[in-house]
Structures are given as structure tokens and as C-alpha cells.
Design a protein around this ligand. Structure first.
Ligand code: NAD
Length: 474
């Protein structure tokens, strides 16, 4: 947040400017533009909680940017810097994000002003349950109208507490499990949700590297194999993205930036080892066989092919944009590049894959989880044995036709059926590929659109405006 002041633009203004650029490019009727940009509702709640014998007041927000589709969807962030402006900006991004990847939700976001590291597990549970009651009694948490998910500082644990609180408040709501997503699988969550946003970053980059013209635009060559990547933030999103890209695509994570500094290694860092070290020590400082830099943000400017900011907003601003050396930036965090920095990077020829597309994996899989909760059945449950039987029939047919037995590993694959996580990843991959292809088509076809970001916003705004016209907004 602090870096945003360097630009003079708030996070909310930054998002609005980006949307306005796309609205201009598609020559959107200004009245519809105004309706789309406006944040519909925002509530602020303040509530007391008894902490270690004294009463502490907590303040939280839930912003609903657009209800053109219901429910509205968006994470809940726990951080000591959260404020209304940030929550409104993030809610707007959610509206555009859902539209880009064809997830039928409106946009929302929540935040609680808290430093989670200062409270025990039991205290966090007490605070979360109270916050949930504040939101649910006002209709800002409900499976039909407003469905939160994890964001910075929250995870499966908080979602389980929220769902359980809602269930006790409204036991007659048969769809109570759908009131939040990102729950543990044992509490109605879906396999693959925890890693979905990082997985989506991987799928976005894989799709980028399938298009030689796009690779050339970023002045890069070849595929992901051997590409030097710097990641900022080794939390849920950054950890999974870095892990999958290094372990499955052969990319080299040459630096990791965290809250307590940065570590780098030209040979590439072992992401799992760094993550385990961070879990144990609370930071990355002191990680062996790597160079430590206290001023972590400085590493954003280091030599690399791909930069993945996966922590905070506003980290690339007018103060450091000129110094960025990456050819490609994949915005895994929300709003890591300010509006003005975006222009500077564009002039430098840096290609940016925008947040509203790159980190949409979380909301795509949240959508699958919500549908699964409403259906009250695990994906694949009905067809699992049928798939297995079909696989056996295929094996018999091939073996009879060729007169030779198939190798065991092929047989195993054919009779395996599809576990839920495979179905989830398949749906995620498909959504990320289709959205990317729409973005590059829009970029190629409209001369007034000069970046993937403006293309992404243009696609989203066209879709939303169609809904607004259909339902009548003024
Ligand atoms: P998280 O809390 O799991 O991880 C954030 C990480 O950033 C932590 O490891 C933290 O130590 C680190 N960090 C904090 N301050 C830092 C600093 N100054 N420099 C470097 N690192 C710092 O959060 P997350 O869920 O991974 O979210 C990260 C970003 O991704 C946020 O912008 C969030 O809005 C966005 N996002 C998250 C999801 C999701 O599913 N979790 C979905 C879409 C977008």
C-alpha cells in the first residue's frame, strides 16, 4: 500500500484508470461505463472481541462492486494495512476477473484490519467467527448472494470456521456449504483449490509459451524450460506457482523475495526446501546455499526472463519501473503494477500478463467448488466406475486386435478413471487457455488496444455491458 503513494494514485484509482483505458478503446457508452465502474455497496463493521481478558475492537469491510451476476465472489484478506480503498479496488478487479474467465459471478472483496501473527489459533477462531456473524447477519455472506474465499492472511482454516458459523446461524439452509469456497476437502472443499491460483499462473505461462509470436513480442525464445524466474511472495500463490514451474516445466527460480529480504542463486533455488525453511523459521533469511539481500524489493530489478510478483499491490511503481529488467511480468498478485508504472513498462517493451487473468485460477476452481456444494456430490462420483469399465473394454479390444498385451503402465492409465483433482485441473486449464486466446485475439484485432491488460479489461467490460444492457441499468 505505501508504494501507491509514490504514484499519487490510490489502488482504486489505478484499477479505474486501467478499466477506463479499455472502455475508451471499445468506445463504450459513458453511461454504461459509469455504471460498470461504480462500487455498488460497501459495509464497514466494527466489533469487540475478548482477547486475553481485555476487549479489543476490530474493523472489517466487505465491498460489493457489481451484482450483474449473483452470487458476488471475492476473497477475504487479513492484514494490518487493509482499508476500504483497497477492498473496493480488489472487488472491482474481481468483477473483471470473473468476466474474463467466464465465471458467472459478480465481484466482491472483504478485509479485516488485523495482524494475524499477534494472535493465537484460538483467538483467530474467535475473531473470525465474530466477523462471520457480522457479515452473515447483514447478507454479506450467503451461498446465493455473497460467497467469500481465502486471500492474503486467510486460508482453508478460516473458511472452515466461516462455514461452520454460517451453518449454525442458518441450519435450515441446505446449501450452507456453498457460503464460502476454499474450504478443506473434509468440509466440502474441492481437491485442487488450495493450489489453484498458483496452478493457474503455471497454465497462463504455459499458454503464453505456446504462441511463438507472443514469445517474440517479449523478446524471448523457446519454452519455459530453463527460463530464469524471480518470485515475490512465497505464500499460497507464489509457492505453488514457483513449485509447479520449476518442478514440472524446468524453469529456474533464481530469486525469491519475502517480507524479510530476498535470496538468490544463479543455479536455481529448490522451492520446496525454501518453503519448508520459511515455515520453520518464519522467513527466508539464513537459507543455506543462497545469497541473501536485506532490501528484498531491490531484487525486483534483477536480471531475469520472467518476474512473478505474488505478494502485495503497488510493488512496481514509478520509482522502480524503469529499472525492471524482466522481459515478461506475470501478475500473480492483485495490482502489483500501478497504472503509471504500467505505461513506463509498456514503453520499455516489457510484456505484462495482467492480474485479472493470471491469478483467476482461484476463482475458477472456487466456481467448481460452489457448483459441487450446490450439487451435493463430488465431481466424478457417478462416472468413475463407468470410466474404469470403458478402459477395460478398450484394453481388451486393442489386445485382441493386435494379439499383443499392452504395457502395464498404459493399462493402469486407461482403467484409472478420473479423480476429482484431474477434472478440476482440466477445467482450470481449459478456462485459462480460452481466456488467453480471447485476449490475444482482441489485442490483434483492435488497433486501440496495445496490451494484454487492456485486452483483458475490454473483454470483461464488453461481457458485463451486455448484461447491463439486457437487464437495463438506467
Ligand atoms: P499469502 O498470505 O498466502 O502469501 C503472501 C506472501 O507474501 C507471504 O509469504 C508473505 O510473507 C509475503 N510477503 C508479505 N509482505 C511481503 C513483502 N513486502 N515482500 C515480499 N513478500 C511479502 O497470500 P496469497 O493468498 O498467496 O496472496 C498473494 C497475492 O495473490 C495477493 O495479492 C492476493 O490478493 C492474490 N491472490 C490470491 C488468491 C488466492 O487464491 N489465495 C487468488 C487470487 C489472487
Amino acid at each position: 500500500m505505501t508504494e501507491q503513494t509514490i504514484t499519487g494514485l490510490s489502488f482504486r484509482d489505478s484499477v479505474d484508470h486501467m478499466a477506463e483505458k479499455a472502455m475508451k478503446a471499445i468506445k463504450l457508452d459513458p453511461k454504461i461505463a459509469a455504471a460498470i465502474k461504480a462500487c455498488n455497496t460497501v459495509i464497514q463493521v466494527s466489533f469487540p472481541v475478548d482477547i486475553r481478558g481485555r476487549v479489543e475492537m476490530f474493523t472489517g469491510w466487505r465491498a460489493v462492486h457489481s451484482t450483474h451476476r449473483l452470487p458476488v465472489k471475492g476473497g477475504i484478506r487479513y492484514a494490518s494495512y487493509v482499508d476500504q480503498n483497497e477492498v473496493e479496488a480488489l472487488a472491482a478487479l474481481m468483477t473483471y476477473k470473473c468476466a474474463i474467465v467466464d465465471v458467472p459471478f459478480g465481484g466482491s472483496k472483504g478485509g479485516l484490519h488485523i495482524d494475524p501473527s499477534q494472535y493465537s489459533r484460538d483467538e483467530m477462531e474467535k475473531i473470525t467467527r465474530r466477523f462471520t456473524r457480522e457479515l452473515a447477519t447483514r447478507g454479506f455472506l450467503n451461498p446465493a448472494t455473497n460467497v467469500p474465499a481465502p486471500d492474503m492472511g486467510t486460508g482453508q482454516r478460516e473458511m472452515a470456521w466461516m462455514m461452520d458459523t454460517y451453518k449454525h446461524m442458518f441450519p435450515e439452509d441446505i446449501n450452507y456449504a456453498a457460503c464460502v469456497t476454499g474450504k478443506p476437502v473434509a468440509f466440502g472443499g474441492i481437491a485442487g483449490r488450495t493450489e489453484a491460483t498458483g496452478r493457474g499462473v503455471q497454465y497462463a505461462l504455459r499458454e503464453f509459451f505456446r504462441h511463438p509470436d507472443d514469445i517474440a513480442l517479449a523478446k524471448l525464445e523457446g519454452g519455459l524450460e530453463g527460463k530464469k524466474i524471480i518470485v515475490q511472495g512465497l505464500g499460497n500463490v507464489g509457492y505453488h506457482a514457483a513449485k509447479f514451474l520449476s518442478e514440472q516445466d524446468g524453469a529456474k527460480i533464481t530469486a525469491i523475495i519475502e517480507h524479510d529480504g530476498a535470496i538468490s542463486s544463479d543455479a536455481g533455488l529448490d522451492v520446496e526446501a525454501v518453503f519448508q525453511y520459511k515455515l520453520k523459521n518464519g522467513g527466508i533469511k539464513g537459507f543455506p546455499d543462497a545469497t541473501y539481500t536485506e532490501d528484498g524489493a531491490k531484487l525486483l530489478e534483477a536480471e531475469c526472463d520472467i518476474l512473478i510478483p505474488a505478494a502485495l499491490e503497488g510493488v512496481i511503481h514509478t520509482g522502480n519501473a524503469k529499472a525492471i529488467k524482466a522481459n515478461l511480468i506475470a501478475e500473480a498478485a492483485n495490482g502489483p503494477v500501478t497504472f503509471e508504472a504500467d505505461q513506463v513498462l509498456h514503453e520499455k517493451g516489457v510484456v505484462i500478463l495482467p492480474d485479472a487473468y493470471v491469478n483467476a485460477g482461484g476463482v475458477i476452481v472456487s466456481y467448481f467448488e460452489w457448483v459441487r456444494n450446490l450439487a451435493h456430490i463430488r465431481f466424478g462420483r457417478m462416472e468413475h466406475r463407468l470410466d474404469e469399465a470403458r478402459g477395460i473394454q478398450i484394453i481388451h479390444a486393442i489386445e485382441e486386435g493386435t494379439g499383443r498385451p499392452l504395457p502395464q503402465h498404459i493399462k493402469d492409465e486407461l482403467v484409472r478413471g478420473s479423480p476429482e483433482v484431474d477434472l478440476v485441473n482440466s477445467g482450470l486449464d481449459d478456462s485459462m487457455r480460452l481466456a488467453y486466446q480471447q485476449m490475444r485475439k482482441t489485442l490483434a484485432e483492435n488497433d486501440d488496444i496495445d496490451s494484454y491488460r487492456t485486452a483483458a479489461f475490454a473483454i470483461a467490460i464488453e461481457k458485463i455491458s451486455r448484461t447491463y444492457l439486457d437487464i437495463g441499468v438506467y
